[in-house]
Ligand binder design. Structure first.
Ligand code: AP5
Length: 211
């Protein structure tokens, strides 16, 4: 059976970092709603214009906009196997996923990282315009300020400010933890200790999916 993996965790817990590796290893698609939304914002299209303010303030983009954005990608994902990174992150989004395309996860990986570590990761995170992610000490690029993958310049995300991170954490507790409890009742959740450098954490993520 094809894997249908959902990776959940608070901001900067490593969803993007580990989802990308899982997708490479298991030859699955990687769908990251944060990256898709940032692309719409960069394109200044209608969805990007609607989403930008929510993202800048650390709020979730409304469920209907996110579900609409994913559109047919969800049906393809249900069919082909996928790593979903950052979606669903509310109970309503999980219900849309189930009701509209019959998607139920085979694995839900929940990354657990204390808040003080998250704040440090956000301060040190650097990303390229195409979404490749680094950290100035834990996961630096070969050449400072330059993406290893595509040679583009690295920068900081506009929502990686101390004020916004507090709001993003509050939103995680309020809107996403109820979703984790729901998947817990379905018996598909593995909690993974996300503390350490990526090469220490990734084997735990992989073991959770293989179990
Ligand atoms: P999104 O892009 O999903 O942001 P997030 O949930 O806040 O998560 P991050 O991207 O900050 O972190 P991450 O967990 O991917 O960690 P990373 O691998 O980068 O969403 C952004 C916004 O879009 C949301 O706030 C919301 O407005 C909107 N949105 C997105 N999806 C939505 C949805 N479904 N519904 C509604 N709105 C939605 O790692 C973090 C850093 O730590 C990196 O620098 C990394 O190199 C470093 N690091 C250090 N050690 C490790 C380690 N052991 N593992 C991984 N990374 C490590």
């Amino acid at each position: 059976m094809k894997h249908r993996i959902i990776v959940i965790g608070p901001p900067a817990s490593g969803k993007g970092t580990h989802s990308e590796r899982l997708a490479d290893d298991l030859e699955l698609d990687h769908v990251a709603t944060g990256d898709l939304l940032r692309q719409h914002v960069a394109d200044h299209d209608e969805l990007g214009t609607k989403a930008e303010g929510f993202m800048a303030h650390g709020e979730l983009v409304p469920d209907d906009l996110v579900v609409q954005m994913l559109g047919e990608q969800l049906a393809e994902a249900a069919e082909a196997g996928v790593v979903l990174d950052g979606f669903p992150r509310t109970v309503a989004q999980a219900e849309a996923l189930r009701d509209e395309v019959g998607f139920e996860p085979t694995d839900v990986v929940v990354l657990e990282v204390p808040e003080e570590v998250l704040v440090d990761r956000i301060a040190g995170r650097r990303t390229c315009p195409d979404g490749h992610v680094y950290h100035v000490t834990a996961n630096p690029p070969a050449e400072e300020g330059i993406c290893d993958v595509d040679g583009k310049p690295l920068g900081q995300r506009p929502d990686d400010t101390p004020e916004t991170i507090r709001q993003r954490l509050a939103v995680y507790h309020r809107d996403t933890e109820p979703l984790v409890r729901r998947y817990d009742r379905q018996g598909v959740v593995s909690r993974v200790d996300g503390v350490g450098v990526p090469d220490e954490v990734y084997p735990r993520v992989r073991a959770a999916v293989d179990a």
